[in-house]
Write a new protein. Sequence first.
Length: 135
Amino acid sequence: MITRRVLMQSATSLLFAQALRSQGAGGAKVVFQRDVPDLTLKNWSATAVEVSYAPGESSAAHRHPGITIAYVLEGEIRSKVGDEPERIYTAGQMFLETPGQLHAVSGNASTTRSAKLLAILLAEKGKQLTTPVQD
């Protein structure tokens, strides 16, 4: 049975795919693509959070209950997620965190300039969006 939700998701996917195919007309280009885990998104919500770091500032190690997609708005963000090596992301670059993955390093790579990222968190409604890792 096709539900309205499935129909809307399919339509949205088709429109997005078409927009990407018509790059020349709208100037759209793929800047990030990663596989995501097979999850049901029933009773989930999307939350956008702007994270600002002063020069040299960082966050404590933490985890998120769902999928987090981070987009660097300005400056340079130092990050280490899961088993991946620590990397520095610059404005316009993105990274992904899967459910429960350890975000061991998150901070400003510069000691002289501020940095900012936009995090889109997809998680089950009512779940705490960030949980600090206990030492």
